[in-house]
Design a protein around this ligand. Structure first.
Ligand code: SAM
Length: 276
């Protein structure tokens, strides 16, 4: 496990993923009943963009840096941008939240978060990030194994976020197995799976192999450069949603193209949202 999210915190993929995450949390919070979130690959939860490893890649400048002061950003980004502004009360963009911080920040008093991280150093940072969050618990363990074992939640409503680094050959098969096992225990829960777009093939494989979902499946993608070139590195960001909370597709269909425009790095940037 060599991946360190600090190198990429706040980049365009984080913005796309964290925006959709905040939309899902808002849909869950629209009902007056508690919900549970399982963040299976949580990372440290909080990032200092002025630190050497983060500053070195400069990725945040072409991610959250493009949105924070833009007047073109749609209203659906308010929960994410408000949270980031609260983290940076003196203005600027020094601190960027990871998924567990964002989730913990947006929970209501009776909602719960379980945040799982397998890397020892990252898990220690995660514990520190969530130390004062009353309804959040961190786990230092394997995230794929945690999915069936922490489901179903007593609330019977909730979301599992799966955001692996895709550095192991078996990540896709482990995602498919964990989701399949998790859905046998909690068929109506929502699941959000992030994946990198280098070519379009990884999203195709996931879409083909993931189990059916009672309440439908969506595939949401943006690309900042044309995705077809073999050598182009990370060109885009994808999220597969199982049992998405409707009508989230309408917000995504409307606002994702605006996000793709804001984050474009070359001609050929774009987006799509597909039911499958
Ligand atoms: C892309 S980062 C997570 C970023 C985070 N979800 C966010 O949005 O801020 C992936 C994390 O998964 C961790 N990881 C890798 N393999 C894991 C596994 N099998 N179980 C749990 N965590 C794992 C890595 O150490 C890394 O911190």
């Amino acid at each position: 496990m060599n991946y360190r999210h600090a190198f990429h915190a706040g980049n365009f993929a984080d913005v796309h993923k964290h925006w959709i995450l905040t939309l899902l949390l808002a849909r869950l919070a629209a009902k007056d009943k508690p919900f549970f979130v399982l963040d299976s690959h949580a990372g440290a939860g909080f990032y200092d963009l002025a630190r050497e490893e983060t500053g070195r890649t400069g990725e945040a400048a072409d991610g959250i840096g493009r949105l924070i002061d833009s007047t073109a950003v749609p209203d659906s980004f308010s929960p994410l941008l408000t949270a980031i502004r609260q983290l940076n009360p003196e203005g600027g963009l020094r601190w960027y939240p990871g998924s567990p911080w964002l989730i913990a920040h947006l929970l209501r008093p009776d909602d719960r978060l379980a945040a799982v991280e397998a890397h020892e150093g990252q898990a220690a940072l995660l514990r520190e990030t969530l130390r004062e969050a009353r309804n959040a618990k961190s786990y230092h363990r394997d995230g794929y194994d945690a999915i069936p074992s922490l489901l179903p939640p007593k609330e019977r409503r909730g979301l599992t976020l799966i955001d692996p680094p895709y550095e192991d050959r078996d990540d896709v098969s482990r995602i498919v197995k964990a989701v399949t096992d998790g859905m046998k225990r909690f068929a109506t829960g929502s699941v959000a799976i992030w994946y990198p777009i280098k070519t379009l093939s990884l999203g195709d494989t996931l879409a083909r192999e993931l189990p059916p979902a009672e309440r439908g499946r969506l595939r949401c993608e943006i690309w900042t450069r044309p995705p077809e070139r073999e050598d182009a590195g990370l060109t885009g960001s994808g999220m597969i949603l199982l049992n998405p909370i409707w009508p989230i597709d309408e917000t995504i269909a409307e606002d994702q193209p605006i996000l793709a425009d804001l984050l474009a790095q070359e001609d050929g940037a774009g987006s799509r949202v597909l039911s499958f």
